[in-house]
Ligand binder design. Sequence first.
Ligand SMILES: Nc1ncnc2c1ncn2[C@@H]1O[C@H](COP(=O)(O)OP(=O)(O)O)[C@@H](O)[C@H]1O
Ligand SMILES: [Mg+2]
Length: 165
Amino acid sequence: MRLAHGDLLMSDSILVNTSTELETDGLGRRLAVRLFPGAVIGLVGPLGAGKTRLVRAIASGLDIADARVVNSPTFVLIQEYAARLPIYHFDAYRLKSDAEFLDLGAHEYFGGQGVCLIEWADRVASCLPDDRLTIAIEITGATSRRFHLTAGGPRHQAIVLTAEA
Ligand SMILES: Nc1ncnc2c1ncn2[C@@H]1O[C@H](COP(=O)(O)OP(=O)(O)O)[C@@H](O)[C@H]1O
Ligand SMILES: [Mg+2]
């Protein structure tokens, strides 16, 4: 079915509620199905929101050998994982400036063959491509989370459309 222009605009942004970590894992796996080389996902939300948890679930969906290697890097600003598509996992929490982020070679990763997943994306928003998927996570309870997914451009729209359970 071909969607009218208005429908597509409406679908640029959706909400997904999960009431358990397993449901969050399901969301991550659904997102992974639609990822493509050069996809960029910015994750936003407070400490403990579930940014790393979602990255791990996406990595599972991309058939990473052992998803346990995905965690919040303590000193490392970027971690690379081999999977169906290479995964570049950034954590901007400790970055002091946009320049530091760009010095990591961020732009080369965005245009590369892998998918970029950036925690604390709001801190480096001006460095990110407009056509990206932004996922803002709200803590709604001890085991529940609300995910606001917004596609910033056409390449990432399809991911949003399939994220709904
Ligand atoms: N529905 C849920 N989805 C994701 N994480 C959840 C959920 N419920 C509880 N949690 C817990 O919230 C924490 C999220 O931690 P983490 O992913 O490291 O957060 P962040 O990277 O945003 O700081 C984990 O301890 C996880 O077990
Ligand atoms: Mg984290």
